[in-house]
Design a protein around this ligand. Structure first.
Ligand SMILES: [Zn+2]
Length: 205
């Protein structure tokens, strides 16, 4: 906001009043210019958020829900939104049956997104000489596992031998849980361990 007389942006707010109508939030300001002393009014209004259709995919499922957004904002692929299932990243935007990378929100028919803070579910196998204990674990997507890690899981202390990711099998380096499918491990006779995954067990099979 600038002074209409001298164009200064050195403005003091004397008073403000919020008005809510069906479609808009409006705020009326009574302002005073510090430089020339002129007193004037200004009005700022924003359209109220409206529900938009969003399809969120996570693991192998997808949810249809609605998300409240301001119609006059812009939305772009890669933006992160807070939905009713947590944080999601926009992967595609549908406007008039066409997929676009960017749009004014009021034109959007459907938003496509993937969940970003739902944990990654990975498999974890403990090779017990002929018998395998197999677990499903829920881990933060950024959690790093490396071949050679010594891990406690229930009453096993194991060493990670191989990590199978979406693309390859690792016997060195490390991988983040977000891309791991399964970790293969064997018991070791240690008492110490790098970390304990017992609390991350979703299911033992
Ligand atoms: Zn002024």
């Amino acid at each position: 906001m600038n002074c209409p007389i001298c164009d200064s942006d050195n403005i003091e707010v004397l008073n403000s009043k919020q008005i809510e109508s069906k479609k808009k939030f409006t705020e009326e300001f009574l302002l005073k210019c510090f430089d020339c002393g002129h007193v004037f009014k200004d009005v700022v209004s924003a359209e109220k958020p409206k529900p938009y259709r969003i399809i969120i995919s996570e693991q192998n499922q997808s949810y249809k829900t609605n998300i409240n957004l301001s119609p006059n904002d812009e939305l772009e692929v890669g933006d992160v939104l807070l939905s009713d299932v947590g944080q999601v990243e926009v992967t595609s935007i549908e406007v008039n049956d066409t997929r676009v990378n960017k749009s004014l929100i009021e034109n959007i028919n459907t938003i496509w997104a993937t969940s970003v803070d739902i944990p990654s579910r990975i498999g974890f196998s403990v090779d017990l000489h002929g018998k395998v204990d197999s677990y499903k674990l829920d881990l933060d997507r950024d959690f790093e596992i490396a071949p050679g890690d010594i891990v406690k899981i229930e009453d096993h202390i194991v060493k990670v031998h191989v990590i199978k990711t979406n693309e390859r099998k690792l016997t060195s380096g490390f991988a983040k849980a977000g891309v791991i499918r399964r970790v293969y491990s064997k018991p070791v006779k240690f008492n110490n361990f790098d970390y304990d995954l017992t609390k991350n067990i979703f299911k033992k099979t």
